[in-house]
Every structure is written in structure tokens, then in C-alpha cells.
Design a protein around this ligand. Structure first.
Ligand code: BTN
Length: 309
């Protein structure tokens, strides 16, 4: 289902999420008739959203679980200038694929579960119900060379939303050494005018398959956080850091990244398409690259071997 900022159903949901209101007042605020309000309320109900009606007003029943309108509300509030449409699926193959297919920016694609979730380096991303799986299609106003920083910004945004979370360069988010989030950004479209999709998968309370339990976990194994809380904090943080990037303030983000990144100071093995580099991860450079033995590495698969001291 598609929800745009200007949709009447969404506007009614937004008003009711602030406070209970009569049909008349909603109608006045939105410049529509009471019967149009009534229709919108019924549409919300048809999506399973609980709206009670008393003689005087409509009351939105606050529920801790996410629903499509809640997803849209969080996206529009937290990423105000950058998202104006939310596409919500109960099930889809991959939100990155759906985002690329729609071919335009300012869209957030969200799915309750993915049947063919994509991971980095052609791997599969397990996406059972209970996790967060979403992709942002962003307006690529940044220089090409700046684009990897968007992915780093997403990693910091997730890490700061979860207690104890650390980043394994470039953007795996781990709790106590186990991966709880993966990020896959993809460029597509024409070379001169690339489009970017930023896909984020977070294990919140989804089951982790047995064969991955040594390396991956769900946040719910450690902390009692709802999907709504995590989604809201991640988008709030990302809205802030993306804005910093657009303002050319990468330095702010770099500092935050260094604070959360547990790769720095470790002996690492980084596998890039061209080679394998082993050495001490010393720093994150001004360009957003990992510095290993004095060399800048921009992308690759990173394994922590041991502490350097
Ligand atoms: C990784 O391998 O660490 C990256 C995983 C990225 C998974 C997310 S889930 C939402 C989006 N849709 C996809 O198919 N993949 C990304």
C-alpha cells in the first residue's frame, strides 16, 4: 500500500495521533466534509487500526506495534524533506529491489518480511517477521565520492539507537559481538546521474536461524525494545546525520563513528574485490575510508583478528 503525505487517510491519522478530535474539527482542519472524515476513519479501520468513536470524538487507540500509517508518520516526521511517500508491504522479495523499481527518490519502502532479502557481497539476508526491513530511496544531491558516507551515517544512526551497540567497519552493527543489523546501499541508474537506495535490516524480535546463532542475534535477546522505538530512533538519528552530510559537516559524523566503531585498534583482515589486506585498523580517514597499515580502504569484507596491543 502507498501512503503519501497529502493523502486524506494519512492526514486524519496524523491529527488523531496527536489527540482525540471530533469529525467536525478534523474536517475543519483539513478542509473536508465530515462524511469524508468518516470515510477516512473507516479506511484506517479496514487496515486494522483501532479508532474508537464516542458521541463527541474519534480516539486513536495507541498500540505499541507498527502499522503502515505509523511507519509513514515516523518517516514523514523524522525525514521531513527527504521522504514524501511510503510503500508498505506485508511481504515482498526485497525492499531494495522494490525501491529501485519505483525509480524515484524520496520514497521509503518497508516490509514486514522479505522472501529474498539481499545482503552485502551477494549474500542472503534472513528476514523473518519481527524484524525491521526498509529501504530509503534518497535524492542524490551529494557528490559521487560522498555517497559511501551515507551508508556510514546509517550505521551510526542504528548503533546510537540501540544500547551497547558497536559498529564493525564499514557498517555492521553488533551487540556483544553478534550482528543485529546490516546495511546494503546500492547505486543504480545512469553513471552521470546515479540514484541511491539505502537498505537497512535490523533484527528486533525475529527468530535467528540456528546456523547463524553464533554470529547474529536479535535485539530482543538483550533489551526490551519495540520495533516502533527502534524505527523511530534510527530515522531520527539518520535525519540528523544526513542533514549534516548535506551541510558538508562530515567531521561531526566521523567523530560519532569513531566513538562507536570497534574495528579501530584491531588487527583486521579486509577482503576487497582486488586483494586481501591484513594489518592494524588505525583510523577512519577524512574521506570516510578505513586506514589499515597507513592505506585507505574504501570497501570490503572485514574480519577482526585480535586487539593490536
Ligand atoms: C548485510 O549483508 O549486512 C546487509 C544486509 C542488508 C539487509 C537489508 S533488509 C532491507 C533491505 N532489503 C534488502 O534486500 N536488503 C536490505
Amino acid at each position: 500500500m502507498r501512503i503519501k503525505k497529502q493523502n486524506t487517510d494519512y492526514q486524519v491519522y496524523r491529527l488523531l495521533s496527536e489527540k482525540q478530535m471530533s469529525g467536525e474539527e478534523i474536517g475543519k482542519r483539513l478542509g473536508i466534509t465530515r462524511s469524508a472524515v468518516w470515510k477516512a476513519v473507516n479506511k484506517l479501520r479496514s487496515y486494522g487500526i483501532k479508532v474508537e468513536s464516542t458521541a463527541r470524538s474519534y480516539i486513536l487507540v495507541d498500540e505499541s506495534e507498527l502499522n503502515p500509517f505509523e511507519v509513514a508518520d515516523i518517516a514523514f516526521k523524522r525525514l521531513d524533506d527527504h521522504i514524501d511517500e511510503v510503500i508498505y508491504y506485508e511481504t515482498t522479495d526485497s525492499t531494495n529491489e522494490r525501491a529501485k523499481e519505483c525509480g524515484k527518490s524520496k520514497v521509503l519502502v518497508f516490509a514486514e518480511l522479505q522472501t529474498a532479502g539481499k545482503g552485502r557481497l551477494g549474500r542472503k539476508w534472513e528476514s523473518q517477521k519481527g524484524g525491521l526491513y526498509f529501504t530509503l530511496s534518497l535524492d542524490p544531491t551529494l557528490e559521487y565520492s560522498e555517497l559511501p558516507k551515507i551508508t556510514l551515517a546509517a550505521g551510526v544512526s542504528v548503533a546510537e539507537a540501540i544500547p551497547e551497540a558497536k559498529i564493525k567497519w564499514p557498517n555492521d552493527v553488533l551487540i556483544r559481538g553478534k550482528k543485529v543489523c546490516g546495511i546494503l546501499s546500492e547505486l543504480y541508474g545512469e553513471m552521470e546521474n546515479p540514484m541511491i537506495v539505502l537498505g537497512i535490516g535490523i533484527n528486533v524480535s525475529n527468530p535467528i536461524p540456528d546456523e547463524l546463532k553464533d554470529v547474529a542475534a536479535s535485539i530482543g535477546e538483550f533489551f526490551d525494545l519495540s520495533r516502533k522505538e527502534v524505527f523511530d530512533s534510527v530515522l531520527t538519528n539518520f535525519g540528523k546525520y544526513y542533514q549534516k552530510l548535506l551541510e558538508g559537516k562530515w567531521g561531526v559524523l566521523r567523530k560519532k563513528l569513531l566513538k562507536k566503531c570497534e574495528t579501530i585498534g584491531k588487527v583486521v583482515k579486509v577482503t576487497t574485490p582486488a586483494e586481501e589486506i591484513t594489518g592494524v585498523a588505525e583510523d577512519i580517514s577524512e574521506n570516510g575510508a578505513l586506514i589499515v597499515n597507513g592505506r585507505e580502504v574504501y570497501a570490503g569484507d572485514c574480519i577482526h583478528l585480535r586487539d593490536s596491543k
